[in-house]
Ligand binder design. Sequence first.
Ligand code: UT7
Length: 335
Amino acid sequence: MYISKITGLGSYVPENVVTNDDLSKVMDTNDAWIQERTGIKERRHIKKGDGNSTSVMGVKAAKIALSRASLGPKDIDMIIFATLSPDMYFPGGGVQVQEALDMRTVPALDVRNQCSGFVYALSVADQFIKTGMYKHVLVIGSENHSGGLDFTTRGRGVSVIFGDGAGAAVVSRNETGKGGILSTHLHSEGKHKDELSLQGPSTQYWVPEIIEKNPQEDIPYYPYMNGTFVFKHAVVRFSEVIKEGLEANKLSVSDIDMLIPHQANLRISQFIQEKFKLPNEKVFNNIQKYGNTTAASIPIALTEAWEEGKIKEGDLVVLAAFGSGFTWGSAIMRW
Ligand code: UT7
């Protein structure tokens, strides 16, 4: 068995900054509410004509990650692309990356696990590398939320939270003998699938409905979230899956050097931090700047933490995610 390691990280967010005040001009919301409930100050939205899309942003993040891994697109053996907001219903973002980076005809796998997407994708990459099948896997999380949110007061409970952006990681066979992914832990509980969902477009809300009926009051084309319900489950599952990961490696909370929680809500991160009694410097948050970027949130945060020198060789880094499905997971890594 081989050990895998993240050898390159990259992120990209669109230039267009959307503040809470900007949102309050189009819906009944305000900066105080958004900051108090979520910690978010601003987020990035793709601007029409800026050339960005989910796959384009993914490619931009991937290029940075590849150069930091000192690899070219042709060195990659597999692409794993996590998103809930693909450019097209099908095919997914993986093949778009394969084309854009002129990669070999390597497999392109699309992961649809929403906020847990990056941890799921990382876990898949880890398995392929552990078995020796592949040497370098490109893992991308990218989201274009702004293209599909309800920016009227009706959608304010959801639309103020989400932002656009992408993060990428090159996961490689660890040739250094130092560090690597120790374990990953994945879960799901489909009975809560409706609580955070986008029901159309889908085979339930298919083309005839869109074209023939298109009723203004029909909302399955916008995401639905039972926020309080999701929040309550999130804090429990985050805690469980972090503990599960630590226990599997005979580690304890005091061994954590850096916890990177999926940036769902600053209050959720703070709840976990308090529960585990972790000091501020051991929990990384950037939701204040980007909102919740779903599958992109962990790789963007991981990239920034690393760029800011907050992750050093030998550190124990814990990633944890929870989201729609519900799905949740963690990854325990020695940097
Ligand atoms: O990343 C995937 C996982 N997602 C999550 O983990 C999200 C988890 N949930 C949350 O983060 C929070 O539940 C929210 C931030 C979404 C909402 O916060 P909350 O404290 O649960 O608020 P609420 O939904 O209970 O709404 C409280 C009030 C309501 O008004 P009334 O009924 O008390 O009069 C809402 O209509 O706040 C109102 N409200 C707003 N007011 C101003 C909801 N959204 C807004 C808004 N601006 N944007």
